[in-house]
Design a protein around this ligand. Structure first.
Ligand code: IPM
Ligand code: MG
Length: 386
């Protein structure tokens, strides 16, 4: 782009350029690689649109256990609260994998979700047309897939107390508690209807109401909230049937809203539809507004992938697309978000693929350009600058 072109897009108000404060949590495994790649893309989009970033790198997750003996310290949660948004790579890995250990990397996720009040987890499932061949589903089933999974994130079995193992006269027993208040259900269901209004106006509420009392409360509260959204179609579906339908007819879903554990399971199932877990972004938000938008935490759906960590092989697109969600939701920069998404699309159009995205067919694979994490980020950064 010429200097003159650049000047057109930079604010003409004469005010000092905005600097967004982002808490960065690279975490473990491939986390630091996908975060570095995404930082370079965000720097590129900032240059194009005339804004900047102040990065606050936090050592959290397994890295936090190694450095400080805990996955996430109270001051890390504070730093995330003070930032405009949080961008996270991944936490966990074999080194810290003992589920009986008293400190575990995923405790960081719970501390951040609970501590920052991030009760809504948004996982959009879309299929990039260039990657249809990478999906295990038949191409005709992928036509029109555009589903938003909205998972409740700060209650349910993940947080319910008691949650422990006990000695009983019958031997060892264990208990977890599935508990929801109507307020916890109402706020996320309301968000589901609001989001559906910006999309295809359909909400599917997923539960196990034929068995669980909490699910029956979810249904009642959802019906009550629906009264204020008569223009949105509401469907209830049992979780087992929803799991099956996601594989048989994913295009039938618009907004799917559900409790914490069901959402965890269904969102991984739905992620397979997109061809690679490496492609999918997520946002976790609450209700707190900052000067620029809604405070939130953004992370790819994939985990720390220790088997490929440190080898410049990880797909950074899930994190880059999470950063686009961050630009849109937390920073009020829909223009920059669109530029990032368009650049990802262009890179895919031009045949750039990380290893996970290569078609299994050898001839089709030969027509693609295989790239590593850094090169994919460079290609996207270049296409943002144009
Ligand atoms: C996710 C993950 C976490 C969860 C794990 C790592 C605790 O699977 O973010 O979906 O279950 O919430
Ligand atoms: Mg999960």
């Amino acid at each position: 782009m010429t200097d003159a072109g650049l000047a057109d897009e930079v604010s003409t108000t004469g005010a000092a350029p905005v600097t967004y404060r982002i808490a960065l949590i690279p975490g473990d495994g491939v986390g630091p690689e996908v975060i570095d790649a995404t930082v370079s893309v965000l720097e590129a989009v900032g240059r194009r649109f005339g804004f900047g970033f102040a990065w606050d790198r936090l050592v959290v997750g397994g890295a936090g256990i190694d450095a400080y003996g805990v996955a996430c310290r109270p001051q890390d949660v504070e730093a995330c609260r003070d930032a405009d948004a949080v961008l996270l790579g991944a936490v966990g890995g074999p080194k810290w994998d003992n589920p009986d250990a008293s400190v575990r990397p995923e405790q960081a996720l719970f501390a951040l979700r609970g501590g920052l009040g991030l009760f809504a987890n948004l996982r959009p499932i879309t299929v990039h047309r260039q990657l249809i061949g990478a999906s295990p589903l038949r191409p005709e089933l992928l036509e029109g897939v555009d589903c938003l999974i909205l998972r409740e994130l700060t209650s349910g079995l993940y947080f319910g107390k008691p949650s422990e193992q006990r000695e009983t006269p019958d031997g060892r027993a264990a208990i977890d508690t599935l508990w929801y208040t109507e307020g916890e259900i109402r706020r996320i269901v309301m968000l589901a209807f609001e989001l559906a209004r910006t999309r295809r106006r359909k909400v599917t509420q997923v539960d196990k109401a034929n068995v669980l009392a909490t699910s029956r409360l979810w249904r009642k509260v959802t019906e009550e909230v629906h009264a204020d959204f008569p223009d949105v179609e509401l469907e209830h579906r049992l979780v087992d049937s929803a799991a099956m339908t996601l594989a048989k007819w994913p295009a039938g879903f618009d907004v799917l809203v559900t409790e914490n554990l069901f959402g965890d399971i269904l969102s991984d199932e739905a992620a397979v539809i997109a061809g690679s877990l490496g492609m999918l972004p997520s946002a976790s938000i609450g209700t707190r507004e900052t000067a620029h938008g809604r405070h939130g935490l953004y992370e790819p759906i994939h985990g720390s992938a220790p088997d490929i960590a440190g080898r410049d092989m990880a797909n950074p697109l899930g994190t880059i697309l999470s950063a686009a969600m961050m630009l849109r939701w937390s920073l009020g920069r829909a223009d920059a978000a669109e530029a990032v998404e368009a650049a990802v699309d262009r890179a895919l159009d031009e045949g750039y693929r990380t290893a996970d995205l290569l078609p299994s067919d050898a001839t089709e694979a030969a027509a693609c350009t295989r790239v590593g994490t850094k090169e994919m980020a460079r290609v996207i950064g270049d296409r943002i600058a144009i």
